[in-house]
Design a protein around this ligand. Structure first.
Ligand SMILES: [Mg+2]
Length: 257
């Protein structure tokens, strides 16, 4: 199979044991949590918030969630833990000192404003579609009608073209998401690494989906460790783990002799 310099296949080896000197960046759905039929139905293992707190303390706070969910949802899911986190693929970012940066630019906000009613009308006309309005991004879920994937993606791409170049369309697992080009997971990781306590640490990023590839590219550029979760697929990550259970088991080894 063809392999170019920027692309590896995620069938490579399991990652080395977690290092407490690293900066840890973690996607949420499909990485720390099993994907549910709807985003609000995910189950958080009882001990996971305490586990995140432990991993963060081991690294003097150099742990951040890097998710497509809004920060408010991440805080609800992982309460009482409330550490560094990027929400909406980096449009919202809470630094380790608790300060929140929001980076939605005016052109992107206006493009989303124009797109919102069109997507709402599309979702209302088809029983299997559901629009998730995250404010800074718009996600169209089609988990109930997976056989129509090609048609829905083509419709979404046409809407994206109408919306202009400030938005990009990210295909995910049974979802397409319209996102401002001004933010992505790679930029969020870079922003954290420019600040204490992340600066100077070797970055590790674990993710499972298309939007995580921006993060893997950034990690690769910095000589860090990228870990893609799931079946082997084209990825910029150098390592893979098969599923959420394996991720949690790998993280649990952090700090052990
Ligand atoms: Mg994910």
């Amino acid at each position: 199979m063809h392999k170019d310099a920027s692309l590896t296949l995620g069938e490579s080896s399991a990652p080395p044991r977690p290092d407490i000197q690293s900066a840890l960046f973690l996607d949420v759905d499909g990485t720390l949590l099993e994907i549910a039929a709807r985003p609000e139905l995910v189950l958080v293992p009882k001990d996971l918030p305490a586990q995140l707190a432990r991993l963060s303390v081991q690294r003097e706070g150099a742990l951040a969630l890097i998710s497509g969910r809004p920060l408010a949802q991440l805080d609800r899911l992982f309460q009482p833990w409330r550490g560094a986190a990027a929400g909406l693929h980096g449009l919202e970012r809470r630094r380790a000192d608790g300060v929140v940066d929001r980076v939605l630019d005016r052109n992107s906000a206006m493009a989303l404003e124009r797109l919102r009613p069109k997507l709402a009308a599309l979702a209302a006309s088809e029983s299997g579609l559901r629009l998730e309005d995250k404010g800074g991004t718009l996600a169209l879920h089609y988990r109930a009608v997976p056989h129509r994937e090609a048609e829905i993606r083509a419709l979404a791409e046409a809407l994206r073209r109408d919306a202009g170049s400030v938005l990009r369309l990210i295909p995910g697992k049974m979802v397409v998401e319209f996102q401002p080009r001004s933010a992505n997971k790679g930029q969020a990781i870079a922003a954290f690494l420019a600040e204490p306590p992340f600066t100077g640490r070797r970055p590790v990023f674990i993710g499972d989906d298309t939007t995580d590839e921006d993060g893997f590219v950034e990690i690769r550029r910095r000589g860090g460790i990228g870990i893609r979760v799931g079946l082997p697929c084209p990825t910029a990550a150098g390592y893979c783990l098969p599923n959420v259970t394996a991720v949690l088991a790998w993280l649990a080894r952090s700090g052990l002799p």
